[in-house]
Design a protein around this ligand. Structure first.
Ligand code: SAH
Ligand code: SF4
Ligand code: F3S
Length: 549
């Protein structure tokens, strides 16, 4: 059983409406004669792997390509330009793309005009030479912080240039250092995002639920993790830019916004001190102890977004979420804001990684299980009924059987609603790559299976508590026949009847607690907040019927 972290390996979403996206045409039809012949411009396909941050970045890249006049191709095989937004969190994630190089090379041989761009977390400054070797079909490599340059670097900025002359390896953008390693600085991302939003150049994959990046990069010191080397140090977006983007999403009718960052809890520590934030004096941490007084924090930000109200005083964005939180700097101020703001959903993703303090120390997580459990008690007291999900790594360097059992014990003690578990995978250049990867692959697999089996019964019990009750569901889409959500574990028992068994169509969405809910109903429900009665509970999802649309 290979069950993976659900945030990885995202299947490219079908373009809204099912059709390939096309650039906007001018309102005045007479102007179309001045547009370049669309056939002169490449059609593109974006293949996005990895987490929500990559999905959000891909929305921005798609927006830029559409604005330059390119249209979306029907599939990867039909595209003139393939942009691969990679994930590097584990070796398997990188292998997925490395394994497609032969296919891409064959496509290029058949169509010499085809160009391939590789971006995302696999593109690290410290290893530009290695990239050529591992990804021989690729013409241009862009680090995550270089993605805003995509259209310029392809010579498409004028919407006129042919795709012929693409530099093979791009010029190097601004860099800085994480330890001794040269990384991209992520300095320009705040400004380029604000411009993309202002010019309507973000091609969002959903008209219901939106991603909103608030902080780029990561300053934490988790020894196993590649992210700080891929995405560079933390850079917070200016407070007002984020609130402005939230306001525009509210105006566009979005029902849900998820604030994104590798560690949203440290939002603001790198922003300038301002008089309007003078009341924020709580000590916070962000990889190191910092003077954080007078700067905005996540608590202040979610209060500001919650305060965007409709004429009748309700939150204009009914659902506000944020991922990911690090237990290290989950402040009392944030917990209070979550309790006070009606739009903030009753769900917190709080990765624990291990239930053993000495493993946590080797992982560089900077908290103990005692601290983690104390934070959970505080949040559960402030927000009764809150659902908690977590990430776990099994088989980290030196993990003994007893230490692994401590993690299983923690699962029993906390009773998480959902656990995303993975076996440790050595990432080149990380501090842990200098430790012995000494848990045998067979032991990693066994531990992973044991942990997932334990969680399956805990998840089922927790979900059964919802059976017979009612929940609010934001309907996100129609369930494709025989498919389960791309981000759901692969062993999901049939919560949705297979085609031919059940009657009619199914839609799916999430409850405020982030439970996946399948509902009998058609596409007219998509985008609506409905009240549903839960008829059936499985370990990973609920099934119900709409009682009030
Ligand atoms: N910033 C988030 C995590 C992003 S990565 C946080 O700190 O919570 C998502 C998850 O991938 C991590 O929580 C961890 O469980 C897993 N992960 C990261 N590096 C890994 C590695 N080298 N091997 C296996 N899993 C890893
Ligand atoms: Fe990686 Fe740790 Fe940063 Fe999360 S907090 S992205 S696990 S270094
Ligand atoms: Fe993967 Fe990068 Fe996200 S490594 S999980 S795409 S931050």
């Amino acid at each position: 059983m290979a069950r993976q972290l659900p945030i990885f390996d995202i299947v490219p979403p079908a373009p809204p409406g099912g059709a390939a996206r096309r650039p906007d045409l001018p309102d005045d039809g007479r102007l179309t004669e001045y547009l370049p012949d669309p056939r002169a411009l490449p059609t593109f396909h974006l293949w996005t792997l990895g987490c929500q941050m990559n999905r959000s970045d891909s929305e921005e890249m798609a927006g830029r390509l559409l604005a330059a006049g390119c249209a979306e191709a029907a599939s990867l095989d039909d595209a003139d330009l393939v942009v691969i937004n990679t994930c590097a969190i584990r070796e398997g994630a990188e292998q997925k793309v490395i394994g497609r190089q032969g296919h891409l090379n064959r496509l290029k041989a058949a169509r010499p005009g085809l160009r391939v761009v590789l971006t995302g977390c696999a593109v690290r400054e410290s290893d530009r030479a290695g990239l050529r070797r591992r990804y021989p079909a690729v013409d241009l490599f862009l680090r995550p912080d270089e993605e805003p340059e995509l259209v310029d670097r392809l010579g498409l900025a004028s919407a006129q240039a042919a795709i012929g002359a693409i530099p093979t390896i791009g010029t190097v953008g601004t860099t800085t250092r994480v330890g001794r390693t040269v990384v991209g600085a992520a300095d320009g991302l705040g400004a380029t995002r604000a411009a993309a939003v202002a010019e309507g150049r973000v091609a969002r994959g959903s008209a219901v639920s939106a991603w909103l990046p608030i902080i780029y990069g990561c300053d934490k010191t988790c020894t196993y993790c590649i992210v700080p080397f891929s995405r560079g140090p933390e850079r917070s977006r200016p407070f007002d830019d984020i609130v402005a983007e939230a306001r525009s999403l509210a105006a566009a009718g979005y029902r849900e916004v998820t604030l994104l960052g590798q560690n949203v809890n440290s939002y603001g520590h790198d922003l300038p001190v301002e008089a309007r934030f003078a009341h924020i004096a709580t000590e916070r941490w962000a990889g190191r102890r910092l003077d954080l007084g007078g700067r905005p924090d996540l608590a202040e930000l979610i209060r500001a977004i919650d305060a965007i109200r409709t004429a009748d005083g309700l939150p204009a964005i009914p659902r506000l979420r944020f991922v990911t939180s690090h237990p290290w700097d989950l402040s009392d101020r944030l917990i209070a804001a979550m309790a006070d703001c009606p739009s903030v959903c009753e769900h917190l993703h709080l990765p624990v990684q291990s239930g053993d303090d000495s493993v946590l120390r080797t992982m560089g997580r900077q908290y103990s299980t005692t601290h983690y459990l104390e934070r959970l008690r505080a949040i559960r007291a402030a927000v009764p009924g809150i659902a908690i999900s977590t990430d776990v790594i099994v088989g980290f360097c030196g993990e003994t059987e007893t230490q692994f059992e401590a993690t299983v014990e923690l699962l029993h003690e906390v009773r998480f609603d959902q656990v995303f578990a993975a076996a440790y995978s050595v990432r080149p250049g990380t501090p842990a790559s200098r430790l012995a990867d000494d848990v045998a692959p067979a032991d990693k697999r066994r531990r992973l299976n044991e942990l997932l089996a334990v969680q399956e019964s805990i998840g089922l019990e927790r979900n059964r508590a919802w059976a017979g009750g009612t929940v609010e569901v934001l309907v996100e889409g129609v369930v494709a026949p025989r498919s389960h959500g791309h981000d759901e574990p692969t062993r999901e028992p049939a919560a949705v009847p297979a085609v031919g068994q059940g009657s009619g169509a199914w839609v799916s969405g999430r409850s405020r607690e982030h439970k996946l809910v399948h509902l009998a109903g058609g596409p007219e429900l998509v985008g609506r907040l409905v009240t549903a009665r839960i008829d059936h509970a499985g370990p990973y999802s609920l099934r119900g019927s709409v009682v009030e649309a």
